[in-house]
Design a binder for this molecule. Structure first.
Ligand SMILES: O=C(O)COP(=O)(O)O
Ligand SMILES: [Mg+2]
Length: 229
């Protein structure tokens, strides 16, 4: 085995729409904020696609789609309300996607290092993973505010991988959106795409390296991409 292949690989996961189906709690919170802004609620098919660039973008996109213009202080109050309500309800309905926990077990048994690279704020990411009992599985949990840059900037993913003790030459990103695919390309890290997340571009058109439709396929796909399978 070469020195390179004996280095543990870092598998970095996006969170919303990849590890955990967070849409119900995120979108219930968006509804509350729209109510408070006096805006009409929006269809779930529409708001689901607004997830992926963080909570501030979700509130912004929701208000814009509802045709509501607010001044910056009013926006800040609505955003604070979003964060507070969401934190209080973060795991009411949000659950890991089917087969995730089993796949993480297999990857960890094989000696891979697991990390989270998400555009969710770090404290919300930790709160969610704590409540789902998943925190200890990840060597690093890097949110949108952990580093000076965030996805799709390569620095977010490279920072996550390096903090996990690895290198971009032996790492894989797993994600659900164009942001994740662009991040992987920017960092020169292969991307496995899952189709059950939140994206307005069909998963097969995102341009990832491999598409898997169930977590059962993840361990084998990881080995293949790492050049062992
Ligand atoms: O909460 C969001 O909008 C983004 O989160 P993700 O990067 O984990 O998809
Ligand atoms: Mg996502």
């Amino acid at each position: 085995m070469s020195a390179l292949s004996s280095q543990p690989a870092v598998i970095a996961f996006d969170l919303d729409g990849t590890l955990v189906d967070t849409a119900p709690d995120l979108l219930d919170t968006l509804d509350i904020v729209l109510d408070e802004a006096g805006a009409p609620r929006l269809p779930r098919e529409e708001t689901r696609k607004m997830i992926g660039a963080g909570a501030k973008a979700l509130v912004n996109r929701g208000l814009t789609a509802a045709g509501i213009n607010v001044d910056p202080p009013a926006f800040d109050r609505l955003y604070e309300r979003f964060l507070q309500h969401y934190a209080d309800h973060i795991a009411d309905s949000s659950r890991p996607f089917p087969g995730l926990v089993e796949a993480l077990d297999v990857l960890a048994e094989r000696g891979h290092v697991l990390a989270v690279c998400t555009n969710k704020l770090e404290y919300l990411s930790r709160l969610l993973l704590d409540q789902l009992g998943l925190t200890d599985r990840f060597a690093v949990i890097a949110g949108s505010d952990t580093f000076p840059v965030s996805k799709p900037d390569a620095g977010h993913l490279i920072g996550t991988i390096e903090r996990a003790g690895g290198s971009a030459h032996r790492a894989i990103m797993v994600g659900d959106s164009m942001t994740d695919v662009l991040t992987g390309k920017n960092a020169r890290v292969p991307v496995i795409v899952v189709p059950f997340g939140y994206t307005d571009t069909p998963a097969e058109e995102l341009g990832g390296d491999v598409l898997i439709d169930h977590y059962d396929l993840l361990p084998g796909t990881v080995e293949r991409l790492l050049g062992r399978g």
